[in-house]
Design a protein around this ligand. Structure first.
Ligand SMILES: Cc1cc2nc3c(=O)[nH]c(=O)nc-3n(C[C@H](O)[C@H](O)[C@H](O)COP(=O)(O)O)c2cc1C
Length: 404
């Protein structure tokens, strides 16, 4: 009964795998979950709502504009009620609607209205799965911070062989169990993370910045939350949706980031500086757009505050973890930064190579601390983040034992 009293909102959409959602519902119930089912109109052509009603013990919702349903448990109440929203099977059509924020039926409206973690278990013919439109929609959905349970390969309902079969109900149920019952190694601890690049204005329309996308920092914020931490995320401007339920502070410049970090630092247990803070800012930001008249133009730059070093040097400093992005001499630079800034740990990664680094969805890390090191192999940033949070938890607990 590891999902005891978890409130699972299960959305069933119109694919042949809709019948497998009955088994999924049964498994959730077996684990003690309270499950409510919503269906798209197409899904009701594949499986009768009555079957879901009988298994869940609750009325099934499929209409958005239904006065009776809105009187009982309307879409906003359903969204508020859910601890987790699972769309299984997720059709190409529903994936596309959610990716683009359309809300013309109950399932897509709920997708926009929920604040809980969302899981998609896509299912479709392999040609539909590989279509550029579907793949682009999946990429877009990833920027919303949702979870995918990948479809499997094999013989499909249409008789063809390929990727697109919905993951088995057992796999989906196990994934939820392992995610929702992740080790809570950071329970009740305050973790602050900086993410993304800062922007240093030259004039009202131009700025100095770098290629950091913020993906690693946001992935770490989610992983720390999953480990039970109270997370403060201080972020430069990114294109990523901020994680739900964390204290989120948006900044633009290095000086703003420095101020935001220090005004939230009290009671911070662990500080992770993933932000790619621009090292130098223009001394003068022109009031008006600089015109293209001169053949050459010179800007004087001034060093920005070193947020990481200042955090590590402050009184009652938190356990401080830095990031280092290098194009060469990775180990030497990382070790130098670890010692010079008096950090507890540093995570170094290569940038400017074919794989990993800025803007990519994958990365690899070399982690160093005073008497040790560990390599985290190339993996999706979300997986890497979970591994790094586990390692930080271990080192943080060791440091606490040593220093009381
Ligand atoms: C027999 C049959 C099986 C289908 N299976 C799938 C499927 O597995 N995946 C999918 O994306 N669409 C499938 N479709 C197409 C969807 O039902 C269709 O795109 C529909 O508009 C989806 O609506 P919904 O996303 O609102 O449920 C199937 C259609 C039929 C007639």
């Amino acid at each position: 009964m590891v999902l005891f009293q978890r409130k699972i909102l299960l959305a069933v959409t119109g694919g042949i795998a809709a019948y497998k959602a009955l088994e999924l519902l049964r498994l959730f119930k077996k684990q003690g979950a309270d499950v409510r089912v919503v269906m798209t109109k197409s899904a009701t052509a594949f499986v009768q709502p009555l079957a879901f009603q009988a298994l869940s013990g609750h009325a099934v919702h499929f209409e958005l504009l239904d006065t009776e349903a809105e009187n009982a448990m309307g879409h906003i109440e359903l969204a508020r009620w859910a601890d987790v929203f699972v769309i299984a099977p997720a059709t190409a059509n529903t994936l596309a609607k959610c990716a683009h924020g359309l809300a013309d039926d109950l399932v897509s409206t709920l997708y926009l209205a929920v604040t809980c973690p969302v899981y998609f278990a896509p299912a479709m013919n392999h040609v539909m799965w590989h279509h550029g439109a579907t793949q682009a929609n999946l990429k877009r959905l990833q920027t919303h911070g949702i979870n995918f349970i990948a479809p499997e390969s094999g013989e499909q309902a249409c008789g063809e062989i390929g990727v697109g079969r919905m993951a088995e109900p057992e796999t989906i149920c196990q994934r939820l169990i392992s995610d929702l019952t992740a080790p809570q190694g950071l329970a009740n601890l305050n973790v602050m993370i900086t993410a993304g690049a800062t922007r240093e204005p030259l004039d009202p329309v131009r700025y100095l910045t770098n290629r950091s996308s913020g993906k690693m920092g946001y992935a770490l914020a989610s992983a720390a939350q999953q480990a039970g931490a109270n997370v403060t995320l201080i972020s430069g401007v990114t294109h990523i949706q901020s994680p739900k339920h964390c204290h989120f502070v948006q900044v633009e410049t290095a000086e703003q980031m420095h101020a935001a970090v220090f005004s939230n630092l009290e009671n911070c247990d662990i500080f992770i500086g993933t932000a790619a803070v621009v090292d130098y800012r223009p001394v003068i930001c022109a009031d008006e757009k600089i015109k293209k008249n001169a053949e050459h133009i010179t800007f004087t730059l001034q060093k920005n505050p070193d947020i990481l070093a200042d955090v590590a040097a402050c009184e009652n400093a938190p356990f401080t973890v830095g990031f280092s992005a290098e194009t060469h001499n990775l180990e030497n630079y990382a070790l130098e930064k670890l010692a010079k800034k008096k950090l507890n740990m540093i995570a170094a990664n290569w940038v400017g190579r074919d794989e990993g680094g800025f803007e990519r969805d994958e990365n690899a890390l070399e982690i160093f601390w005073q008497h040790g090191r560990k390599t985290l192999a190339m993996a999706k940033k979300s997986e890497l983040a979970a591994q790094l949070i586990a390692l930080i938890t271990e080192r943080f607990n060791d440091a606490k034992k040593m220093h009381g």
